[in-house]
Design a binder for this molecule. Sequence first.
Ligand code: AVJ
Length: 334
Amino acid sequence: MRPMKPARRHTANVTFDNQHPAHGDARQELLEGLASAQKTINPKYFYDRKGSELFDQITRLPEYYPTRTEMAILDGCRQEIAGYCGSGCVLIEPGSGSSEKVRLLLDAVLPAAYVPLDISASFLQQAALRLGEEFPWLPIHAVCADFAHHRDLPGGLPPGRRVVFYPGSTIGNLEPEAAQAFLRRLRHWIGDDGGLLVGVDLHKSTERLAAAYNDAAGVTAEFNRNLLHHLNRVLGADFDPQQFRHHAFYDPSRRRIEMHLVSARAQTVRHDRGAIRFASGESIHTENSYKYTHESFAALAAGAGLALRATWSDDAALFAVHYLAPEGSAPPDG
Ligand code: AVJ
């Protein structure tokens, strides 16, 4: 028998709370998506080890402006942002990954505690320990949980005003209705006196957007096709990624990027429970990435009981960082 590991560990100012997120039935979810009329896969499946590496490369591509633009906004506006967050808040980041962006804010916001939430226990623990070394004054309360499945904020958090940090335009992966439901949940997490700092990619020219998802080096295409390697592992399937073409386009009427993997020919893919047929030119829809105007995002937030209190953007209006607070709430610090 293996000895029980304690659920909580403490190193300097870092606590690690492993809530052992139940991994849903990935294989069932994938097979259902592949059985629908428009074959589809949830974009969360992009991020196996190789996929996370490829996404990291994407963030440094010349055509992919969102990451560097958002970081410049956070860096340049940290003092103003800190004013909205108020002193001594509890800063909560769902899907914190490597906690890279929050580093730009910590010395200005001076939160009473930082709460990174992530589904990957080992990655989260490493990232929290590294952050703790860099910011020894900061109490870090890392929680391993699947925030997508938490109606309530995980328990046991330090007291204080709650500010949720949700950068990266990750919210763009959700259909507007689901995005609004998610904002409603965050509204519930922060209570009546908290806030939400969220990064949103902006609607802009089709050319500029299409280029960001069709880079000349082909990294986004590789990122898209890597999904099939992941499927091969999970489903015991024999997808040949070379038989699928990367297709990404902007639909300005729905204000979203769609990514697809298009079958280069009629083919049958086998997996350990059956087979999946593809007509020539038939696609798997692998991602939506919704873009917003300030007005459309304010309307989305209003439907979730949140009012836009401040917006920071770059000169070219490529990306926005919004501070939202519950409708009718008073600003922090009087
Ligand atoms: C991580 C969802 C914000 O939509 O721009 C980048 C993912 N996909 N290139 C985005 C992505 C293709 C990214 N998000």
